[in-house]
Design a protein around this ligand. Structure first.
Ligand code: FRU
Length: 506
């Protein structure tokens, strides 16, 4: 039975999405059907399509009691909206249906596992949040909340675990057909930990272990965990709140941490070997992964930073977008990311330049646009005489530009959106440490109207940022202080990879 609250949300989004023109949205990055979006939820492959749910408040372009919005895709790039899947309509989730995940049950039903948030009165009239884990089961469009909800609550926590910060279950199936899930929690030391639970059927759960403990090393509360095996290692992704910067890592306050190590199924404990940021740009948080039918591990994150939500005012028809889907791999003990290969089918209008000398500012015929895929190889003209700085500027006109620049003498790559049209003094720059490989720097820059994602040195690092620059600012230019040699390959990303048609022909 669909509740009144969910019916209202569905009616609202159906009516108000018509006010948002296609050009007002990115072309291949998912945005909310109306209103507000944060974390990706329930990212799964179900009955021949990818399903992506998201933290959703349809009524305003700012955070409000969380619903689950819903979209499906066959290529991870072209998304079709389905009606909102969950609304806060039960006592245990009346303050929000927070983040969670999805899996197909053996009987063919789609199961969602999410955090229900409600409030409890404590002393002196204050209200404390209580977070519990819940289940809803459905057919890919309509979902029924399980009568046994909540399936995990305060009594399932290890000693000292907070009931107010117990959220974001990511479910998975083990090789023997049973289920596990990882959940973020705050232990007594006030920081974060990831809890590991087991289940035979997906409905009845038992606490197994503390998979990983923060001990106040990386921020405070650890949100939105995801655990998977990749290239012979185990990877735990989690998004810590309130991080302190460490060298060139973790500059975003809220960002995503990747821990790589060995996972002992007997003890349920992850032994860490390596840690790193997942994104070195400004906007990336709370990612989720899915295993594609052909065995790839693909990740999508919320391409936004909680600390810079003021980059857009609240009177816009939508706020928040997802990142590009990224294929993950572990190489030399580090996480690598590359744009999902389906993106190559969207490429057209190839323009190529080889060995162009840049000294001062250069513009190249045919290189412009706000939906493009551009590969750059940058090397010093004279390896004995390094340049001071190379920069590529885009989303550019007389007034605006966003840039990616590199200083080889300091090995510093910088993304800067100060001149992207933002009228707010929030975070607009990030620097990261990048070394050249064989004397070259490789950048793959992907623009989609309201964002830039920079893949560095074949996926060794990625820098993402939302940019809301006027679409008329579509210029691209190259700059060098010193003498630089570049190769450029640019494609417009305007083909519909499902039909092979260009935008406008459909
Ligand atoms: C992360 C997060 C989650 C929570 C959701 C609420 O961005 O804080 O921990 O489930 O957002 O919308």
């Amino acid at each position: 039975m669909t509740s009144q609250t969910l019916r209202e949300a569905r009616k609202y989004e159906e009516t108000f999405e018509k006010r948002i023109g296609n050009e007002e949205r990115p072309k291949f990055h998912l945005t909310p059907r109306t209103g507000w979006m944060n974390d990706p939820n329930g990212f799964s492959w179900y009955q021949g399509r990818y399903h992506m749910f998201y933290q959703y408040y349809p009524y305003e372009s700012k955070w409000g009691p969380a619903h689950w919005g819903h979209a499906v895709s066959t290529d991870l790039l072209h998304w079709e909206y389905l009606p909102a899947a969950l609304a806060p309509d039960e006592l245990y989730d009346m303050d929000g249906c927070f983040s969670g995940s999805a899996i197909e049950l053996p009987d063919g039903r789609h199961m969602l596992m999410y955090t229900g948030v409600s409030g409890e009165h404590v002393k002196y009239g204050t209200r404390e949040s209580v977070q519990v884990q819940c289940i809803a089961v459905g057919d890919g469009t309509d979902y029924e909340k399980y009568e046994g909800n909540p399936v995990l609550s305060g009594s399932d926590l290890p000693k000292g675990g907070s009931r107010a910060d117990f959220r974001d279950p990511k479910i998975g199936r083990k090789k023997d057909g049973t289920y596990f899930c990882v959940i973020g929690n705050r232990p007594e030391d006030g920081s974060g930990q990831i809890l590991y639970y087991l289940s035979e059927d997906g409905f009845h759960w038992r606490f197994k272990s503390v998979l990983s403990s923060n001990h106040n090393r990386f921020g405070k509360m650890w949100e939105c965990p995801d655990l998977f095996e990749l290239d012979g290692s185990w990877v735990l992704l989690t998004s810590p709140q309130d991080m302190l910067p460490e060298g060139f890592e973790y500059h975003n306050g809220n960002g995503t941490l990747c821990l790589i190590g060995d996972f002992d199924e007997e003890t349920g404990i992850l032994k860490e070997h390596h840690h790193q940021s997942v994104d070195y740009g400004i906007d990336f948080y709370a990612p989720q992964t899915v295993q594609t039918p052909d065995g790839r591990r693909v990740m999508i994150g919320w391409m936004q930073n909680w600390d810079s939500c003021s980059i857009r005012s609240c009177d816009v028809p939508w706020f928040g977008q997802m990142s590009l889907p990224r294929e993950l791999s572990v190489r030399n003990g580090r996480l690598y990311q590359s744009p999902v290969r389906e993106l190559e089918k969207m490429r057209c209008n190839k323009t190529e330049y080889k060995n162009i000398t840049v000294a001062g500012t250069v513009q190249l015929e045919g290189i412009k646009g706000r939906m493009l895929d551009m590969e750059l190889t940058v090397r010093p003209q004279d390896p004995e005489n390094l340049y001071q700085k190379f920069a590529v500027r885009f989303a550019q006109d007389e007034r605006y530009h966003t840039s990616v620049s590199y200083r080889p003498r300091e090995s510093i790559l910088k993304i800067d959106r100060k001149f992207s049209g933002s009228r707010r003094a929030s975070i607009h720059q990030r620097r990261s440490m990048v070394n050249m490989t064989d004397g070259e720097l490789k950048l793959r820059i992907i623009l989609d109207r309201f964002s830039v994602e920079v893949f560095v040195n074949d996926g060794e690092q990625v820098l993402s940022a939302a940019i809301y620059t006027d679409q008329k600012a579509a210029g691209v230019s190259f700059f060098a202080d010193g003498i630089v040699n570049i190769d450029v390959v640019k494609y417009d990303l305007i083909k519909d990879c499902r039909t092979g048609l260009l935008a406008g022909e459909i």
